[in-house]
Design a protein around this ligand. Sequence first.
Ligand code: KG4
Ligand code: ZN
Length: 336
Amino acid sequence: MKNNNITILAIESSCDDTSAAVIQNGKVLSNKIANQSVHAQYGGVVPELASRMHDKNILPVVQAALETSGVDKSDLDGIAFTRGPGLLGSLIVGVNFAKSLALGLNIPLIEVNHMEAHVMAHFAEEPHPQFPFLCLTVSGGHTQIVLVTDYNKMSVLGTTIDDAAGEAFDKTGKILGLPYPAGPKIDKLAKEGKPIFEFAKPKVGEYDFSFSGLKTSILYFLQKQVKADPEFVNTHLNDICASVQSSIVNILIAKITLAASNLKINNIALAGGVSANSELRSAFTDLGIKQQWNTYIPAFEYCTDNAAMIGISGYYHYLNGNFSHQGVTPMPRMKI
Ligand code: KG4
Ligand code: ZN
């Protein structure tokens, strides 16, 4: 006989990480991730290679998630999956795997928006943020300030008009000759340097972001310096990284401060892969103390792309009876 637990298998394949997780009654039992190192040599994610790797990894990752959780397939109540946004070829692998498994097990399918899931990652562990809260979601593909009023209920207040914050790290890293993804490497090198160089500051609407001007400003600055001293990048790498990082962090911090003050909200959360950045984390935490905010940053494994956040979002959709039809297809440009 079936027990009273609500157990969900979640699948994430929107970009270059294949992930599967098992969530029971809103708690994470397992969260397995297969990263794809193949993209490092190309300076960015190669969509064709990403989908092929998902195809290779998805079955072992799902099996590992089930095994670690101790849950048998026959005890699953639903399959949650990332419908979008993301790369079409990558999404197709996860969506079709989820559809087939749900059909085979005769259980509901639950579509999840990847960006909503980054926000819902805050409910993977205690303490949960209080509603309403503002979430600054910063990843390789997105930069958003989101107003969250309930589980899976949110609206985007501001977004990037060009590159995402993670892209700003990665593209600058490429200019500096660092392997993809450059964010973690810039973070590490910045610890040994000082933010002594200044770059152009973006001018965009209230809660929106722009990072492409910063990237161009860095590129022109470096071209000028290298002309005078061909060894400039090598001899000043740590200071360049510290300067780039602090420019990006200052932009992010200024915008979330403005939104919190205008909306008079003091529950403020950080989400997405870039929230792993040590300067952003400490600036965010320090600001929270100064402004008397309640601040929330998920554990690292729930910040970067992972299926646990898909399962958490899926669990709350399940409670509301939000199920997908069997013919559901990927939505690469899905919006919140
Ligand atoms: O959320 P995520 O795993 O994937 C997307 O949905 O895009 O974010 C990946 C991004 C990459 O751009 C990566 O460079 C950045 O997060 N990132 C970092 C750090 N760790 C990951 N950026 C700055 N500092 C870090 N420590
Ligand atoms: Zn993501």
